[in-house]
Structure formats: C-alpha cells, structure tokens
Ligand binder design. Structure first.
Ligand SMILES: *[C@@H]1O[C@H](CO)[C@@H](O)[C@H](O)[C@H]1NC(C)=O
Ligand SMILES: *[C@@H]1O[C@H](CO)[C@@H](O)[C@H](O)[C@H]1NC(C)=O
Ligand SMILES: *[C@@H]1O[C@H](CO)[C@@H](O)[C@H](O)[C@H]1NC(C)=O
Ligand SMILES: *[C@@H]1O[C@H](CO)[C@@H](O)[C@H](O)[C@H]1NC(C)=O
Ligand SMILES: *[C@@H]1O[C@H](CO)[C@@H](O)[C@H](O)[C@H]1NC(C)=O
Ligand SMILES: *[C@@H]1O[C@H](CO)[C@@H](O)[C@H](O)[C@H]1NC(C)=O
Length: 507
C-alpha cells in the first residue's frame, strides 16, 4: 500500500476525529457499548427496548463477534474499567478495520482500473462520514464492513464466472447471515446485486447455490440458538424477524418519529455527500448502461429504493453506501469539485465528528463522575441520553421520561433514592424539571443532587435556581459541546456552546 502525503494527512485527520468525544446519536451507545458493558463488566445501566426480552429485536451475535475480542482483552485480561479507554479502543478498531476492509474490497470491486481504485479510496478517506459515523459504534458501521465484503465476493464470482468457488459461497453465506442479524434491512443493500449474481453466476453453478443456501440456514440457526441462550428465553428468539415485525407497524414507528418517504433521497443523501450529489446522475448516454449494471451502483439504487419504503428514515441508515458513492465520484475529473468536496467534509467533520453533543462524553470520562464510586442523584436535562454504561456502576438505576398521550412525563421514579440514580429528563419542559428537582430536595434537606445541562438552556436553569431555598455550585463546565437541538431565534443565549454541571442542595 503506497500512500501519498495527502492520503496520510487525510487518514491522520480521520483517526484524530475518531478519538474525539463527539456523540452523534444515542444508538451508537445504547445498541452496542451499553449492552457489551453489561455483558462483560456486569454493570447496571440501560436496557434499550430492542434488547428487552419482550421484544427480542436485536441479535447479540454481531456484537460479540465484532467487539467481543477487544472487550475480553480490556475487561478480563487487562482489567481496565476506564470508559474513555474502552470507548476510544472501540473507535480506533472501527476506524482501522474500515480503512483496511475498504482497501481490500476495492481491489475486487474495481479490479480493472488501478487509477480509479486509488481515486475512490481518496474520496473514502476524505469523507466526513468515514471520520465520524464510520468510527462510531453504530450497527450501521458494522453493516458497511459486511456489505463491502459481500459485494467483493459477488465481484469475484462475476469476474471468473466459469469457475466453482465452494469456499467463497460458504463465506458469502456467513456474511449475508451476519448482515441480516446485524440489521434486518441488510437485504435492501444486496437485493439488486444478488439478482445479477444469481443470473450471471449461480444459474450455472447450482451446487454453489445449494451450498450458499445451506450455509445461510445453518448459520442462522446457530445465531438463533446463541441469541435464545443469551436472552434466556424459553421460545426461539429470531431477532431480525422480531425487528421486522416491529418496524412494519407504523404505530410502533411513530414513537420514534415518522419521516416523509423522500427524506432519504432529498435530505439524508445530500447531507451525507454534499456536493457529490451532483455526480450521482449519469451525464452521457453511453455511461447509462455501465452505470446501472455495476454492482456498487445496483447496491446504491437497491438500498435507497427499499429503505425509502420505511417511514422511519435516518441519515445513518445510508452510511454503508458511502464507499460505493466514492467509486462513482472517482470518475469525476474536476479539481475544483475536489476542493469543494474537501471543504464540505472538513466543515462537517468538525461539527459532527468533534463538537456534536461532545460535552456529555467529556463529562463522563472525568474521574469525578465514574468508576467504582457511589454517585448521588444525577439529573440530565435537554441533552442526548447519557450513555449510562460510562458510569461503570454496579448499582445504577436509571429512570427516564416517556410520552403518554403526547405529554412528556416520568413514571416509576423513586424520590426516596439517594444514591446511584440517573434521571434522564430528555427534552422535558421547565415545569417538569423544576418539579423533579424539588421532589428530590423536599424530602431531605441534607441531600445533594447534581444537574447536567447544555449552556443553551442556561437561562431556563437560572430561573429554577433563582430561589432562596436552593444553594448551588457549578462543579464542571466545558465549552466544547454543540447542541443543535435547542436553537431559539428569540433567545440568542440558546446559541451558546458548552455544557455545565451544578450541584444543588436545599437550604
Ligand atoms: C426499526 O425501528 C427502530 C426504532 O425506530 C430503528 O432503530 C431501526 O433502525 C428501524 N429499522 C429500520 C430499517 O427502519
Ligand atoms: C408494536 O406493534 C405491535 C403490533 O402493532 C404490537 O403488538 C406491539 O405491542 C408493539 N410494540 C411496542 C413496543 O409498542
Ligand atoms: C454496590 O452495592 C454493593 C452492596 O450493596 C456494595 O458492596 C458495592 O460496593 C456497591 N458498588 C458500588 C459501585 O457502589
Ligand atoms: C443490577 O442488575 C442485576 C441483573 O441485571 C439486577 O438483578 C439488579 O437488581 C440490578 N441492580 C440495581 C441496583 O438495579
Ligand atoms: C419550582 O417549584 C417550586 C416549588 O414548587 C416553586 O416554588 C418555584 O416557583 C418553581 N420555580 C419555577 C421556575 O417554576
Ligand atoms: C429572580 O427572582 C426575582 C424574584 O423572584 C426576580 O425579581 C429576579 O428578576 C429573578 N432573577 C433572575 C435572574 O431571573
């Protein structure tokens, strides 16, 4: 692998961004690290609904396969329970495995043109999606790796379509199963490409095809057994099926937010690749056939088409497509375009990869808040949900708000608890927050509670604290926290970046 100075610079920026405390979306913690910390460290934290036995909508197998080794090393051999070491080891693993697997897969997916391959790789390593989303612990980041490898195996079969590759078909079967158990929408990414491979390869290689199907069946069965065991269920847990059943119910999805069907194509895709969107349309007539018939392009169309059918559409669902989009961009020769591309990605990389909601992780990596010590009542307000695994606390209880009939309220809260209690008030209004704080304090004058909030809501917090009966002390403040959710044009103080922690006591 020969890298130019520019490529080394781009990769270094990527690695540097990977180990920033930015926090892009709660799922990067709650669907992976939270679960793994509970499995490997036996701590108490949050159990997200997907992993609740009642839903059984996520498989443990991809998590254990991908993160198991690094967790085993840190937890069981080195006995490290510092959450920042854990977090950044995982981030580095994601960043490096992506760089490596993309490099390897590209040589199969774009076999004929070395120039086009290197150019595509340059686009990959200068994309902010690589720097930020791909290094964070999303199931989508694992999906990217599995998709790249799967399309690489497809390409090998098309390239040498006269030979039998039994081992390759077995490998492919394992990859496809892993993809489906990682995210049940994986088939959307491989649907059109697999039709082409079936037509051009498997039709003439029936034995390979039987082997592929057999592998998928056997691997699925093993995964189901492992999940059933970990969930401790008396009936078989088929996680992707449960997830699909959940997601086809619009009723369920409306709890997570419904989006118009064009969100992926008109909002998410442009946000993902910025100026690159201009090159996603074929320009010349003779391009059209090669354009539609290449495996990466088929994957892009297949995924966008099928994922657009679901009414819940998030940006990160499309991140696995970025390497393929870069292959398409590699055909573009304009140096001006490349400069605009770099500017766009540097800007987004700094916003999303460095500052976005970064106060939360910053605070939870401070010694005063974690590691084998009892904490008092911690109330989080107007921030993303705190990744409770980072407390590394064996006795933690977590309560959070729910919307019931469109009113945000908090049930099953225990105002008599003094210790190891985290309350996630999310976006609750001033009244509910004030009430919660007072309910904790009025029962016990000696009791201290701690309030965590972004500077964008400082003026609201001051209204609560402006009370002769509340003594308060700011115990931590960081300027690096970008809160994009609470802007209010009428109150310019909501634009202030930063995150604060105050300790309150009844006086
Ligand atoms: C299914 O729904 C859950 C909850 O909104 C979401 O996290 C998951 O990504 C969804 N899957 C798809 C394919 O929309
Ligand atoms: C999801 O929808 C199904 C069918 O509509 C329902 O039975 C189930 O209880 C819902 N799950 C949740 C968690 O709301
Ligand atoms: C959790 O509680 C147990 C028993 O009450 C105690 O021995 C242990 O030290 C506590 N751990 C933490 C982290 O507070
Ligand atoms: C911690 O988790 C264990 C097992 O999940 C549970 O039995 C225990 O009650 C929990 N402790 C607290 C303080 O919630
Ligand atoms: C908060 O609640 C207390 C006690 O109920 C009340 O005295 C105070 O006025 C409230 N503050 C705000 C800002 O609503
Ligand atoms: C604090 O409260 C008093 C009266 O309750 C009010 O006059 C004053 O303006 C408030 N200060 C702030 C900063 O809100």
């Amino acid at each position: 692998m020969h890298l130019s100075k520019f490529e080394i610079l781009a990769i270094s920026i990527g690695i540097l961004i990977a180990i920033q405390p930015s926090y892009i979306h709660p799922d990067e913690h709650f669907q992976s690290l939270e679960i793994l910390a509970q499995l490997f460290y036996g701590i108490n934290g949050t159990i997200p609904w997907e992993y609740d036995l009642i839903n059984g909508a996520r498989s443990f197998v991809p998590l254990i396969l991908y993160y198991g080794p690094v967790y085993y090393l840190l937890a069981c051999i080195l006995h490290i329970n510092n959450p920042s070491i854990l977090l950044y080891c995982v981030r580095l693993q994601h960043a490096l495995s992506f760089l490596l697997i993309t490099y390897m897969s590209l040589s199969y997916i774009v076999p004929n043109s070395k120039a086009c391959r290197s150019k595509a790789y340059v686009y990959v390593i200068t994309s902010y999606v690589t720097w930020s989303f791909q290094s964070h612990s999303f199931s989508n980041s694992i999906e990217t790796l599995v998709l790249l490898a799967t399309i690489a195996t497809f390409s090998m079969q098309l390239e040498k379509s006269t030979q039998n590759y039994y081992l390759l078909s077995i490998f492919q079967g394992i990859l496809i199963t892993l993809g489906i158990f990682n995210r049940m929408t994986f088939p959307a990414f491989v649907f059109l490409p697999s039709l082409m491979v079936f037509w051009k390869y498997y039709l003439n290689h029936w034995r390979s095809f039987m082997l592929l199907i057999l592998t998928i069946v056997v691997t699925s069965f093993i995964f189901i057994l492992i999940d059933t065991n970990i969930y401790g269920s008396s009936i078989y847990i088929i996680a992707p099926m449960n997830n699909l059943l959940y997601n086809v119910s619009v009723d369920n999805l409306s709890q997570h937010g419904l989006h118009p069907r064009y969100t992926h194509i008109l909002v998410n895709l442009p946000q993902l690749i910025g100026p690159g969107i201009l090159y996603m349309i074929p320009h010349h007539k003779n391009q059209i056939k090669s354009f539609f018939m290449s495996l990466p392009m088929l994957s892009i169309y297949s995924a966008i088409l099928i994922l657009s059918l679901f009414p819940h559409q998030e940006l990160r669902f499309l991140t696995p497509l970025v390497p393929f989009i870069c292959i398409k961009l590699a055909k573009c020769k304009s140096p001006i375009f490349f400069k605009i591309w770099v500017m766009f990605n540097l800007t987004m990389g700094i916003i999303i990869g460095v500052f976005h909601q970064s106060g939360i992780v910053d605070i939870l990596t401070q010694q005063i808040f974690y590691a084998d010590r009892d904490i008092n009542v911690h109330i989080w307000w107007k921030s993303y949900s705190p990744p409770t695994w980072m407390y590394m606390n064996d006795n933690l209880t977590v309560s959070t708000t729910n919307f019931i009939d469109d009113i945000e309220r908090i049930d099953n809260i225990d105002f008599n608890m003094h210790e190891n209690y985290v309350i996630d008030l999310k976006g609750s209004d001033l009244k509910l927050t004030n009430e919660t704080i007072w309910n904790f304090m009025k029962n016990d004058a000696m009791r201290k509670i701690t309030l965590f909030y972004p500077s964008s809501v400082e003026s609201k917090v001051l209204q609560i604290l402006n009370n002769t009966h509340i003594q308060h002390k700011k115990i931590y403040h960081t300027r690096r926290h970008l809160d994009l959710d609470h802007f209010d044009i009428n109150d310019l103080s909501t634009f202030i970046p930063g995150f604060s922690v105050v300790e309150l006591q009844y006086a």
